[in-house]
Unconditional design. Structure first.
Length: 182
C-alpha cells in the first residue's frame, strides 16, 4: 500500500511537472504586435516621416459655446521652445483643439476628429515647418480619425490617429506633462 501511494505521488508530480513545462511553451497562437512607442509621431505618404515630441503646452480653457469648452494643446519637437509664455523657434508643431462639456483641462475620453466644434469633437492640424517669426504658417489639417486623452502620472497621454487633407496617415502618442502658456 505504501509503495502504491509513493508510486502514485511520483507519477502525479511528474505529470504536474510535464504539464507545467509544456503549457509554458512560447507557441501561443496570438501574434506579437509591435511595441508601443511614445513621444513619436509618423506622418506623410506611407507614414514614412516622423518626429519626436519633447514638450506639450496648453492655453487656458475657453468657453466657445453654451456648455462647450475648448482646451488647446500644442505638441512640439526640440526646435520649438517656450520663452516668457510664448513659443519660439523653428520646427514641427501639432495643434489639438479639444471640445468638452466642462471647464476643465483635458477631459479624458475619445474625441472624434473633424471640423465642428461640438462636445466630443477635436480639430487637429500639424505644421512640419513652423516658424514662430512668421505670421502665416501653413499647417496640414487632419480630416478624420480620433484623439484619445488619458491622465497619466502627473501628465497626460494624448494619442492621435487620423488621416490628413493629403490622404496620408498621421499617428503618434504624446506622454508627459503639459505646461500652461500665459
Amino acid at each position: 500500500m505504501k509503495n502504491k501511494l509513493l508510486k502514485n505521488t511520483v507519477y502525479s508530480l511528474l505529470a504536474l511537472f510535464l504539464f507545467s513545462v509544456a503549457s509554458c511553451d512560447g507557441d501561443d497562437d496570438l501574434p506579437s504586435g509591435p511595441s508601443i512607442v511614445v513621444n513619436s509621431f509618423c506622418y506623410g505618404p506611407d507614414a514614412a516621416s516622423s518626429f519626436f515630441s519633447v514638450e506639450a503646452y496648453n492655453n487656458r480653457v475657453v468657453e466657445s459655446g453654451v456648455n462647450i469648452y475648448n482646451t488647446k494643446a500644442i505638441i512640439v519637437d526640440n526646435g520649438i521652445t517656450e520663452v516668457n509664455g510664448e513659443l519660439t523657434g523653428v520646427g514641427i508643431l501639432v495643434s489639438v483643439d479639444l471640445f468638452g462639456n466642462r471647464n476643465q483641462n483635458f477631459q479624458s475620453g475619445n474625441y472624434i476628429i473633424g471640423d465642428t466644434e461640438l462636445v466630443g469633437d477635436v480639430v487637429v492640424s500639424y505644421f512640419i515647418d513652423y516658424d514662430s517669426s512668421l505670421m502665416n504658417n501653413t499647417g496640414i489639417i487632419i480630416e478624420s480619425g480620433n484623439v484619445m486623452v488619458t491622465p497619466y502620472s502627473s501628465g497626460y497621454a494624448i494619442e492621435i490617429d487620423g488621416i490628413d487633407a493629403n490622404g496620408d496617415r498621421f499617428h503618434g502618442i504624446y506622454l508627459g506633462e503639459v505646461s500652461e502658456l500665459n
